[in-house]
Write a protein that binds this ligand. Structure first.
Ligand SMILES: O=C(O)CCC(=O)C(=O)O
Ligand SMILES: [Mn+2]
Length: 203
């Protein structure tokens, strides 16, 4: 199912999607330094509205980027924090390895196995029709699931996102597929995920 592409990239063959995975994108030294630095991000637990009910998201998050890059989901308008040195350096490095441009990053902190993100696609209008999302994982490995929105004949895709790995979803992926990080009863430590995005309509 997976084949070497170039450099550290592996393509993940999958209809209606473009997926690239780079298992050890970060060296272990840089990974460990980043974990320490990212603890100090401006973490917040958003209240989202689902089916008219207000609930706390089962994870912490923080939004960083260019000042005009406004972003919202599920009724939350996320306040934007200016780039930190670490996040800006990561953005530059990811831009040069993916040949894609990003103006913002959504950081997620999964404190343990009871934190999660439910089925969704990163398909908000401000990301454009065919968004590229670059997703960097640090800390505990967690399962990442994908399912096609309409094709029941296609099996779910299951990846373990390893610390230091970079997953890039692009092309039609968000239009056709949903993804999630399920809760787990396994004793897992904290995980940080950074999803670099390009917000097209700033105001
Ligand atoms: O934590 C992850 O790997 C995925 C996060 C995610 O899907 C999101 O922030 O939109
Ligand atoms: Mn997502």
């Amino acid at each position: 199912m997976q084949s070497e592409l170039f450099g550290g990239w592996q393509t993940i063959d999958c209809p209606d999607a473009e997926l690239r995975y780079w298992p050890n994108w970060l060296s272990s030294n840089r990974h460990d330094q980043l974990v320490k630095a990212l603890e100090h991000l401006n973490w917040d637990q958003s209240v989202i509205t689902i089916a008219g009910r207000k609930v706390l998201t089962p994870r912490l998050n923080a939004w960083y980027g260019d000042q005009y890059a406004r972003y919202g989901y599920s009724g939350v308008d996320m306040p934007i924090n200016p780039w930190t040195d670490e996040l800006e350096q990561l953005r530059d490095d990811i831009q040069s390895d993916t040949a894609c441009k990003f103006n913002s990053v959504l950081a997620n902190l999964y404190r343990d196995g009871s934190d999660s993100v439910d089925w969704h696609a990163d398909d908000e209008d401000e990301l454009g029709k065919f968004p590229t999302i670059a997703s960097l994982s640090l800390g505990a490995p967690r399962k990442f699931l994908m399912r096609h929105r309409t094709r029941r004949d296609l099996a779910k895709i299951e990846l373990i996102l390893e610390p230091g790995s970079l997953l890039v979803m692009s092309g039609p992926t968000q239009k056709y597929w949903l993804h999630k990080i399920p809760k787990t009863k396994e004793p897992v430590g904290a995980r940080i995920n950074l999803t670099f995005r390009l917000i097209i309509q700033g105001n």
